[in-house]
Write a protein that binds this ligand. Structure first.
Ligand code: C2O
Ligand code: CU
Ligand code: CU
Length: 431
């Protein structure tokens, strides 16, 4: 609802039960329901406010992943909401249209809270996305695809491995939007899938066996132009929007195939070999025509362009098993200080034979290079999370605009949530 020009949402974190297996009640957590949360949606330029209530027995928080906003509204570990309390962040949407998401970020317990089911999408629209020739009827030809893997124990309850074994919990049950064996009835020639890897540890390689897809957007919004791809690797926290073309009466399946993880140690390679069906698409006998994906230069390409020549600071981040630059997360320590308006290059590197999923709050960055080479097409758009192949040098370009607060940090961390909770996170203030 809109009150005095502000779009107001409410989210209540609560416990519930969900039937993943017929006749078996699994205890889960959700926002405003028993599992996952509603899709929030707002326009660029709009002011939003959220009433975040906590009906759980323990503190949680809600972080707006991918959102450019003041640090005090970010919903990280410094904005925890106590049981019974309500937190009311408000900010103005000031970034290009994109598929963002929200999830808890309580210090040391993010993995548990997300795994139990606290997560949802936050979609942003703008003039560029509205006038683009893209399927855009939500739930009809514009479909959320939140992919998560779980382990269900003998009693059908969610099991989270807590022995510290890498890379965290890899589930043998894959669910889409909280549903095992999910399918979508397709009534149009083209369908847009908004893919989110909402898993705590698993990296997916999503595609169809029998067709290409048009990659149209990644974390931060539309690419400069659609890119045909066979499949796309998504690490925990990453998103992509793809458009799939269907024929009348046919059925096909989005699935995750063996992911190319780069050079990794054994526990990672094991998970990569798993293959799963993610979403079945069932086309009707008659399909309404859809436009071929196309749009003009997206807004960020001109308005918010980043230039490496403007970079005044270069920072280096070395990630080992659980630490960044040899340090473990400390809520009382500021690790980095950035100046408001400054453009920076971040050089990020996994020094151990394991990948990480590197995420920075507040900004959408550009991947300048990987080992000195230009990034592949799927990494040419704005990103807030990037899969770090072991041993490779990632150079990221970003700018800290609009919001300074010497007293409240933004987080940067690994989005493999066991790593984050174990301390693979640092704090940055913008002054
Ligand atoms: Cu999606 Cu700091 O998180
Ligand atoms: Cu985030
Ligand atoms: Cu990691």
């Amino acid at each position: 609802k809109v009150v005095d020009g502000t779009r107001v949402f409410s989210l209540t974190a609560q416990e519930g039960v969900t039937e993943f297996r017929p006749g078996v009640e699994t205890r889960t957590w959700g926002f405003d329901g028993s599992h996952l949360g509603p899709t929030l949606r707002a326009e660029r330029g709009e002011r939003v406010a959220v009433e975040v209530a906590n009906d759980l027995d323990e503190p949680t928080s809600v972080h707006w992943h991918g959102m450019h906003l003041p640090a005090a509204m970010d919903g990280g570990p410094h904005q925890e909401v106590d049981p019974g309390a309500t937190w009311r962040p408000t900010w103005e949407i000031d970034q290009p249209a994109a598929t963002l998401w929200y999830h808890p970020h309580p210090h040391g317990a993010t993995e548990q809270h997300v795994y139990r089911g606290l997560a949802g999408l936050f979609l942003l629209d703008d003039d560029a996305s509205r006038t683009a020739d893209l399927p855009s009827t939500y739930g009809v030809d514009d479909v959320p695809v939140i992919v998560q893997d779980k382990v269900l124990d003998d009693d059908g309850q969610l099991e989270l491995k807590d022995d510290g074994g890498e890379p965290g919990t890899l589930g043998d049950v894959v669910m889409t939007n909280g549903t095992v064996g999910a399918y979508q009835e397709v009534t149009t020639e083209r369908v847009r899938l908004r893919l989110l890897n909402g898993s705590t540890a698993r990296t997916y390689q999503l595609g169809f066996a029998d067709r290409e897809m048009d990659l149209v957007a990644t974390d931060g919004g539309l690419l400069d132009a659609p890119v045909p791809i066979d499949d796309i690797r998504l690490a925990p926290g990453e998103r992509a929007e793809v458009v799939v073309t269907m024929s009348q009466g046919e059925t096909t399946r989005l699935r995750s195939v063996e992911a190319d993880l780069g050079s990794v140690a054994a526990p990672f390679a094991m998970g990569a070999n798993d293959a799963f069906d993610v979403l079945e698409l069932r086309a009707a006998d008659e399909l309404a025509p859809s436009p071929k994906p196309a749009w003009g230069a997206s807004e960020h390409a001109t308005a918010d362009a980043l230039h490496e020549a403007d970079a005044s600071v270069t920072r280096t981040f070395e990630l080992d098993e659980k630490r960044i630059n040899g340090r473990s997360m400390d809520m009382g320590r500021i690790d980095e200080v950035a100046e408001l308006g400054s453009t920076e290059v971040w050089e990020v590197h996994s020094t151990v034979p394991m990948p990480h999923s590197f995420h920075v709050h507040d900004v959408q960055f550009e991947v300048l290079s990987i080992d000195g080479d230009a990034p592949p097409p799927e990494l040419t758009g704005r990103k807030d999370t990037v899969y770090l192949e072991s041993g490779r040098d990632y150079r990221l370009l970003m700018r800290f605009d609009d919001y300074a607060d010497p007293d409240m940090p933004y987080m940067y961390h690994c989005h493999m949530l066991m790593h984050e909770d174990a301390g693979m996170m640092g704090q940055l203030v913008v002054v």
